[in-house]
Design a protein around this ligand. Sequence first.
Ligand SMILES: [Zn+2]
Length: 309
Amino acid sequence: MLDLAEMAERYRSARDVFLSNARLAKWEIYSIPHPLQGPCEIDLFTDVASCGNTQSPNLLMISSGTHGIEGYLGSEIQSRLLADDVVAVDRSDRHAVMVHAVNPCGFAWHRRVNEDNVDLNRNFVDFGSPLAVNEGYEEFRSLLNPIEWEEGYEVKLKAEAARALERMGLAALFKAVSGGQYEHPSCIQYGGNAPTWSRRTMEDIWMRAMAGKHRATQIDLHTGLGSPGEGVLMTYGTEEQPRIKRARAMSRLAAGRFGRRSCQGRAWPPSRKPRLRPRCSRRGSGIRHEGSRRGVVRHRRRQLASSPW
Ligand SMILES: [Zn+2]
């Protein structure tokens, strides 16, 4: 268990390496301060670095730390990409932007959610319209939000999940457990009741970066899904959509060059049975995912270097 000073040091160190590598690679940087502070009263920021041709119609954005603690892996990938100058290959045909710590509060405090227990992946919805009701969540609410995490609870959780999977099927279970909810602010998968600071900040970044763009790609770096040692290129859609076919083509390209475990392109949710484990745990720190980290970085380096933009 890290103490507060160690937590503050980890955040400061990750940020310093990112900013240092961005400066060395001659990227332009601006930093947006978060209104709250981190452990040991350390100041928190979302940092934005950009390079390339701002007049290009092509935008490539790579972001980290939407799920706070997962930012340590994302930060390292970003810093390595900067150190290797991969994203900036042929700078004239793209404008590249890196967003470091979309959720700096969760990043520094080692939490998946933000300062208000909001899962940011569920916060980018229209709060002016009636919010979706996840009817299946209620059945699992007490199981997913135990008052105390007793010894052996994880075993019980997995057993209950296996039974529910058998009874409901993957799609319904996935929707119930991971589909988000807007009714219980202290429970997991909460999407908030208004746009969060991180969402408003990202919208400002997008407004600034998207001006004049015709084509934009954002890669948001996460951990927690997929097998150890396997980088997963994940996107929503159906198998028939061209972008899913492109993801599969990239997967085959990566598999041919780096071995089958290096990357998979797939639609999400998957058709096969997932591994049942908490989506975010200490593994999300990136420390224990050495193989996964290498796989993702290698794949991204090759893919970006060979991409037409
Ligand atoms: Zn995540």
